[in-house]
Each structure stands twice: as C-alpha cells, then as structure tokens.
Design a protein around this ligand. Structure first.
Ligand code: SF4
Ligand code: SF4
Length: 287
C-alpha cells in the first residue's frame, strides 16, 4: 500500500495542476481541522489553497456528499476512497451529477480510523472494498491481497432476532435520537431539497424528537435509501448518540443484492434498482 504521506503529496500535486490549468474550478478533498486526527472536508479553489490539503487515516468523510451542492457544469475534482467512489457512481446513475464534470482522484486505502474514537474502522460499519470502483487519476497503487470478506457478517446477531425483538431493539435505539440530523447531513445519498422532514405542506412527521416522530423519520429515511446506500458508514459515525444505523442500511442492502443481483454504486451503466423493472425481477418483496 502506498504510504499515506505519499498519497497526500500526490493529492496536493494533482490538485495544484488541475487548478493551475483550469481543468477544474474546485478540488474537494480534506484540510486540517483542529488536530491531525480531525481533518475536515475542504474545497480548494486556488493553487495556494491546494497547499492546505491533507490526507491521513482519519479522512473518513464521504466527499461525494458535497457534489450535489454545486450548480450543473461546475468542473470539480474530488478525492474518492472506495466508498466515496461508489457514492459518485450512484449519483451518476441517479443523474444528480454528470460524469463529464468530474475528475475523480482515486485513493486506494485500507486502515481508516474513526476520528471520534480513534479505533480502526472495519466491516462492521463499512463496505469491504479498499480500491475506488471509478477514478481518473489514482493517487496510490491499487491494493492487492487484502482479505475483504462479506460486509454483511455483522448482521448475523440482528437477523437471529424475531420481529418483536427487532421492533423493540429499534424503538429503544430511536428513543435516544435527538433529531440533530447529523446522519442526514453526512450521507451522500440524502440530497432531497427539501427533505420530507423539513416540508411543512404537507407536514409528514413531527419535527421534535418524539417517539412517533423518530420512528417516522428513521423508517422513511431507511426506505428512501433502499438499494442506494453505498455502505460508507458515515451516518453511524456522525451520530452523537451512537445509534447503529448501519444495521438497517446493511440489512436493506443485503436484501436488495439478493433480490436484484445488484449492489449500489458499482457500475455507472447500472440503473438504480428501485426505478428499474425487469421481467426477471423477483416479486418476493411484494408478498
Ligand atoms: S445511509 Fe449511511 S452508510 Fe449509507 S450511504 Fe448514507 S451515510 Fe453512507
Ligand atoms: S445523527 Fe443520530 S441523533 Fe442525530 S438524527 Fe441521526 S440518528 Fe438521530
């Protein structure tokens, strides 16, 4: 695996080159936060600002989150780790971003750490890929020989619960929710504007963190993400009260893969599973 410092140097070099040649008007990557272990998303618009870019094992944020904030036809370079690249692919499938507007700076990387806890991030919250699925420029050597394994192993205990136990589990977890919406903010696939939670006509759900309102928010968000979640785990990491949102997203992702033989955000010419119907599709979900 390419050394982190080398990836950072390559990132700065490519960012400067792209900005200097005006191939892009902004480079989305990471900048220094209040410490090395707390980098922040950073948009460099000048060659001088590109000097501020960093990359280290705490750069977990999914930068695809910011792509939909720019007007169409903005030329953007974006640093993509494996999960970020899957989010970009999914956004291309959903026609929210245009492939031609993007320069993807691929970062093959294994060994991310959670900035909140300092602990290594594993397949519990994240998918198992370590190389970007789509890129224009690779900032390090492709990683080979890493044992990846199923991203769904963590579901075993959850799937062993019966329906009643699952409902009780989620009710208990959702009771902790303070409705700060950090999960929504961190998610590259939560781009609806306005979000159904912010709409007032009609008003879909109680905006305060009541038990019913929390249930409505989470169940609706979970189903909005069915077949679209790219398993970056950012929503779970963003949650200040540690609700294991990844369990539900992974469960839905697993079901979608089994039903439609397609994982989210893997190929740009795939159609999003929830807007595409084929005669071979299973009707199991309707029963
Ligand atoms: S739902 Fe969570 S894990 Fe899935 S794409 Fe959004 S932030 Fe990532
Ligand atoms: S981040 Fe956690 S506390 Fe905040 S709205 Fe999401 S689940 Fe609730």
């Amino acid at each position: 695996m390419t050394a982190i410092k080398q990836i950072e140097e390559n990132l700065i070099r490519e960012a400067k080159r792209l900005l200097e040649s005006k191939e892009v008007s902004v480079v989305l990557a990471y900048g220094r936060g209040y410490g090395d272990d707390h980098p922040i998303p950073y948009a460099a618009k000048t060659v001088e600002e590109a000097e501020n870019l960093v990359f280290n094992e705490y750069c977990t944020f999914n930068l695809a989150r910011y792509l939909t904030k720019y007007p169409p036809k903005t030329r953007i370079a974006v640093a993509v780790k494996a999960a970020d690249s899957r989010a970009v692919v999914q956004l291309i499938q959903e026609e929210k971003v245009c492939r031609e507007d993007l320069v993807l700076l691929g970062i093959p990387f294994a060994g991310l750490k959670d900035p909140k806890t300092g602990r290594a991030i594993d397949r519990t919250t994240m998918g198992s890929l370590v190389n970007p699925v789509l890129y224009d420029i690779l900032l390090g050597e492709e990683i080979r020989g890493v044992e990846t394994g199923s991203p769904y192993e963590v579901l075993a205990q959850y799937e062993a619960m019966d329906q009643e136990a699952r409902l009780a589990f989620w009710k208990k977890e959702f009771d902790k929710c303070i409705r700060c919406f950090a999960c929504r903010k961190a998610c590259p696939m939560c781009y609806c504007d306005p979000c159904f939670m912010d709409a007032s006509k009609p008003r879909w759900a109680d905006k305060s963190p009541t038990a019913d309102g929390n249930l409505m928010y989470h169940l609706t968000r979970f189903y909005h993400l069915a077949g679209r979640c790219i398993d970056c785990g950012e929503c779970s990491r963003a949650c200040p009260v540690d609700i294991p949102l990844y369990l539900f997203h992974k469960k839905l992702a697993k079901e979608c893969e089994e039903l439609f033989q397609q994982a989210a955000g893997m190929k740009t010419d795939d159609k999003p599973v929830m807007v595409n119907y084929g005669n071979q599709d299973s009707d199991e979900m309707l029963k």
